[in-house]
Design a binder for this molecule. Structure first.
Ligand code: ZN
Length: 217
């Protein structure tokens, strides 16, 4: 059993890459959100603690997240792909200790790198369908709707989220970088760390990641 990790800023495309990779390789896709929801619905002790923290509007702390992830890893026997975990240096260090105690190998740490200017461009041009049950996403330049301001799928008006302004983006990135940079530095020196150019097409990035796995096999 091995654990692989996908790293990258919000909007770098790691969720999409994770989905495509698990379709090709027999990997178990574990995102923190899924693990949290699962533990909450099962009503485990850590799950209930996480639920109370989320209900109070706070971010679930590192120890709680680690507890949930480790419990989940003990239930798995196949290779795992993490998407969104570890999120902090503390989580990464604890994961490292847990893996060596359990004799689980750390596989690839794949860092999908997209320059901040390009991430900002993606966010600022993003339009989303105002109909929540549809949720289609557009990009004014790369994937514009057929009719201006109208969803191709359901015909509802598109909206520009308040979170998708340049100002909101930049303040989010300041916060993100403060947490991400120490995490990235932690993995950068490791032999299985790979930086992947996230500016290419989804297909191109997917092909590069698959090659990594094929070389290893
Ligand atoms: Zn729609």
């Amino acid at each position: 059993m091995k654990v692989h990790i996908l790293l990258g800023a919000p909007g770098c495309g790691k969720g999409t890459q994770a989905k495509r990779l698990v379709e090709k390789r027999s990997l178990i896709h574990l995102s923190t959100g899924d693990i949290l929801r699962d533990a909450v619905s099962k009503g485990t002790e850590v799950g209930l603690r996480a639920k109370a923290i989320m209900a109070s509007g706070k971010l679930v702390d590192d120890n709680t997240v680690n507890g949930l992830v480790f419990a989940r890893l003990q239930d798995e026997t196949g290779d795992v792909l993490f998407d969104g975990y570890p999120r902090t240096l503390q989580q990464a260090e604890s994961l490292g200790k847990f893996l060596s105690l359990q004799g689980i190998g750390l596989g690839f740490v794949i860092d999908i790198e997209v320059p901040e200017g390009a991430l900002e461009e993606r966010v600022v041009n993003r339009r989303v369908c105002s109909n929540n049950s549809c949720g289609a996403i557009y990009h004014l330049v790369n994937k514009p709707p057929v009719k201006d301001g109208i969803c191709d799928v359901c015909g509802s008006p598109l909206k520009h989220r308040a979170d998708d302004t340049p100002e909101a983006f930049r303040s989010r990135m300041v916060e993100f970088n403060a947490t991400f940079q120490p995490l990235q530095a932690f993995y950068k020196g490791m032999p299985n760390y790979r930086c992947v150019d996230g500016l290419r097409s989804t297909d191109g990035i997917h092909a590069t990641i698959l090659e990594l796995f094929q070389e290893q096999a």
